[in-house]
Write a protein that binds this ligand. Structure first.
Ligand code: SF4
Length: 307
């Protein structure tokens, strides 16, 4: 029995927990390869034209797992609180995957979390474990250990963030969903380019989620989407600790375009570069804008030091 895990979309939020859960239950799994042009092209051909880039990439990853596993894990996330909301695309994943791949007869293993309809994370893990013929006692134990693994991962990221902020370097806060900033086709090459230009990149998502959530209220109390609230909170908490901010979003993201517009109007203490990536060429073509932005912040920093 092997579970396929698409390395895309909410994988980057849940991987520490999922992997630990399957390890504890001794369930074999396979993770799709890192995103590349081929995976993107496969997803683009499968997705509706209007789908956002991460969604196309997600479908490409599902496609890459076909024939290599017995089940494909598909997260469907509505929200983590009764009034909590996520982007509606996260809600459609199970239906879209089932329909898109109906001729491949794949078995979808939903990781369904939507507290407004009482689908908790634990209930979802119990369903997954039972589908995979595990005993409830073992599933509960695996879930507890998986949550610990998730907390450990968060703590490590928080500690790394603290250390990175203390360094006397030029820092840029990279603000974007993890599936953008950590993706091999979108965010990783961008981070590598910035590092080559001599700046340290701080990921907005490394901040503590709860702290970010509370900080977001300083900027707005009406942002409906959880992950965007966390990004806003991170900007509010960290904008004074960095020399520049890059807003990284992908075409055609409604929540990010609304949220980024607000950031550009409200955050005035630090230069901001707004980058929207489409899938055709990854980040090729953005280098000139990155170079100019880094030039500006280095110039500003030198002037401040001279004054
Ligand atoms: S938040 Fe934006 S990028 Fe993410 S799934 Fe929704 S529309 Fe796509």
């Amino acid at each position: 029995m092997k579970v396929g895990i698409p390395r895309a979309l909410l994988y980057y939020e849940f991987a520490p927990m999922w992997l630990s859960f399957f390890d504890e239950l001794e369930i074999e799994y396979i993770i799709s390869p890192k995103t590349n042009k081929e995976i993107y092209d496969r997803g683009r051909n499968l997705a509706l034209h209007e789908a956002c880039l991460p969604y196309k990439i997600f479908l490409g990853h599902v496609d890459a797992l076909i024939g290599k596993c017995d089940y494909i894990l598909v997260p469907r996330i509505g929200g983590f609180g009764f009034y909590d909301r996520m982007c509606t695309r996260y809600l459609s994943t199970v239906d879209v995957v089932s329909n898109t791949f109906r001729d491949d007869h794949i078995k979808v293993l939903p990781f369904n979390v939507d507290y407004s309809s009482r689908d908790t994370e634990l209930a979802s893990c119990i369903k997954i474990g039972k589908t995979l013929k595990k005993k409830k006692r073992d599933i509960l134990r695996a879930y507890i250990i998986a949550r610990q693994a998730e907390n450990t991962d968060k703590q490590i990221r928080k500690n790394n963030l603290k250390l990175a902020l203390k360094k006397p370097t030029t820092k840029i806060l990279l603000v974007g969903h993890k599936y953008n900033t950590m993706d091999e086709y979108i965010g990783r090459p961008l981070i590598a380019s910035l590092e080559k230009l001599g700046v340290d990149v701080i990921l907005a998502t490394d901040i503590d989620d709860n702290y970010a959530e509370s900080q977001s209220k300083e900027l707005t109390s009406t942002m409906p989407w959880t992950l965007n609230r966390e990004l806003l909170g991170s900007i509010n908490a960290l904008s004074h600790e960095v020399e520049g901010i890059i807003l990284l979003s992908s075409f055609d993201c409604g929540p990010d375009s609304m949220s980024n517009e607000m950031v550009i109007r409200k955050i005035t203490n630090v230069p901001i570069l707004n980058l929207v990536v489409d899938g055709q060429e990854g980040i090729a073509g953005l280098e000139t804008r990155l170079e100019s932005f880094v030039d500006i912040i280095l110039f500003k920093k030198r002037r401040l030091l001279d004054d």
